[in-house]
Design a protein around this ligand. Structure first.
Ligand code: ZN
Length: 183
């Protein structure tokens, strides 16, 4: 059991908030099993990031949060994803949370071959506007999810979640953000 750490957590609707994490533990076998398929899908979508994706999953833990409605956190100082204890009861929600936090993990370090999340968002929106002239940045982000409209970094994380979980059926906005994330 680790001592408490802190990071920025995501809640289902609304802005992200600072959160203290306590009672960290390795994820249950149920969670590990449920994430195996997703981990392979994410690595297939971004083969050049496979090593880091697998590493993030190896360090994933469950924990308790001081704010009751937070689902997941990425802690940059520890390079670690923490998911809310008890999320195994809703595996779809758990996978969505992990994929969203994985996006934060992958986007925090600038890397060769990838643009920043801000650049990816701006270029994707510019391309989207050619076929949707009335679109605003808000409506563009909202076509991914309502939480995506809270910040460009959240739009990126939501686009990554949508793209890696839904593939061909992801929203046009998610596909464009992922396209422009890659240089
Ligand atoms: Zn987030």
């Amino acid at each position: 059991m680790a001592k408490g750490s802190s990071g920025v957590g995501d809640i289902p609707s609304g802005a992200s908030v600072r959160v203290n994490i306590t009672n960290e533990q390795k994820p249950s076998s149920e969670i590990v099993k449920a994430l195996t398929q997703y981990k392979i899908m994410a690595a297939e979508a971004f083969p050049e990031l496979k090593g880091q994706i697998y590493n993030e999953f190896n360090k994933l833990v469950e924990g308790d949060f001081s704010k009751s409605n937070i689902l997941g956190v990425y802690v940059p100082s520890l390079k670690k994803i923490v998911i809310r204890r008890g999320l195994a009861k809703n595996l779809a929600k758990m996978k969505g949370t992990v994929s969203h936090e994985l996006a934060h993990a992958l986007s925090i370090t600038p890397r060769n071959g990838f643009n920043s999340t801000t650049t990816a968002f701006k270029r994707a929106f510019a391309e989207y506007r050619r076929s949707h002239p009335r679109a605003t940045q808000q409506s563009f982000a909202r076509s991914i999810s309502s939480y995506a409209a809270t910040a460009k970094s959240e739009a990126f994380a939501e686009a990554f979640r949508d793209f890696t979980m839904n593939g061909k059926n992801a929203s046009a906005a998610s596909k464009l953000i992922m396209k422009h994330w890659r240089r």
